[in-house]
Write a protein that binds this ligand. Structure first.
Ligand SMILES: Nc1nc2c(ncn2[C@@H]2O[C@H](COP(=O)(O)OP(=O)(O)OP(=O)(O)O)[C@@H](O)[C@H]2O)c(=O)[nH]1
Ligand SMILES: [Mg+2]
Length: 260
């Protein structure tokens, strides 16, 4: 069996802000998806490719599934998450161990209906002082959702995603690799650069930031190891806020540039 290649599409799902993108980065061992302490940071499906020996996992980070789907942007975020769920062979449901909300219930319903192999990651356990309180939670989740496994985890504190990867490798079915073994993502450097700038903008401006802010890279030039970016931001903001947004984009591009 060890010389048979395996491939699986994995969707990372959950309500906003539970740590899905932080988990994806941990699984890949590198920063691909942007993270922030603000809900709805992830705006698109972000594919990370993880090739471990004979197994390739195409792991898709998704926007948090949420209830207030009245705005067009909100609806499109939910659509992106549902599409990933439909295409996946395996589901990873990320739950924040400190809080289970009505939005978690919403995700729970979708996951139950999908009836796909499920790994539950009970994340942020570093914030639970008495770990023994987790046992009844684990038992209840196991009873309610019959997951293949539940991994109590801290995407922030643990160095690797090895335990989660181990569970996913076990669940992958035989199949040819879809990506090259050294592929990390199907996203362009330009997209990733725009995301890094948006991450800095979200982190710097937090509540001041209009919900619909986008970042575009107008110019992307390589000079040896240096990447020169000209980012711009679009959103409906007042002149005063626009000034701080422009300043944040400029600062952000400086700090994002170091990471691209
Ligand atoms: N304490 C703690 N914080 C965490 C952990 N994992 C993630 N976080 C933090 O939780 C916040 C949200 O993390 P993200 O990875 O951006 O969450 P997300 O689920 O991708 O959020 P959306 O993209 O908005 O749906 C960030 O401030 C992370 O640093 C964890 O295990 N412990
Ligand atoms: Mg995210």
């Amino acid at each position: 069996m060890n010389d048979v290649r395996k491939f699986a599409r994995v969707a990372v799902l959950g309500r906003p802000n539970v740590g899905k993108s932080t988990l994806l980065n941990r699984l890949l061992g590198t920063k691909l998806s942007i993270t922030a302490g603000k809900p709805q940071t992830t705006r698109h499906q972000i594919l990370g490719v993880l090739t471990e020996g004979m197994t390739q996992l195409a792991v898709i980070d998704t926007p948090g599934i949420h209830q207030s789907a009245t705005r067009a942007l909100n609806r499109s975020l939910n659509r992106a998450a549902r599409a990933a769920l439909e295409e996946a062979d395996i589901l990873v449901w990320v739950i924040d161990a400190t809080r289970f909300t009505a939005e978690d219930e919403l995700v729970a319903g979708l996951i139950r209906d999908a009836g796909k192999p499920l790994v539950i990651v009970l994340n942020k356990i570093d914030r639970i002082p008495d770990k023994s309180t987790l046992f009844p939670r684990l038992e209840q989740l196991s009873k309610d959702f019959s997951p293949k496994s539940i991994v109590p985890y801290s995407a922030l504190k643990e160095r690797t995603g090895a335990r989660v990867i181990g569970e996913l490798v076990k669940l992958a079915n035989p199949g040819e690799f879809v990506f090259e073994e050294d592929d990390l993502t199907d996203r362009s450097e330009r997209f990733l650069a725009a995301e890094r700038v948006r991450e800095q903008v979200v982190r710097l401006l937090r509540d001041e930031l209009p919900f619909s802010t986008t970042v575009e890279i107008e110019a992307f030039e390589r000079e040896g190891n240096l990447v020169r970016l000209r980012p711009s931001s679009g959103s409906n903001v007042t002149a005063r806020k626009r000034l701080s947004l422009v300043a944040a984009v400029n600062n952000s591009s400086r700090s994002a540039r170091r990471h691209v």
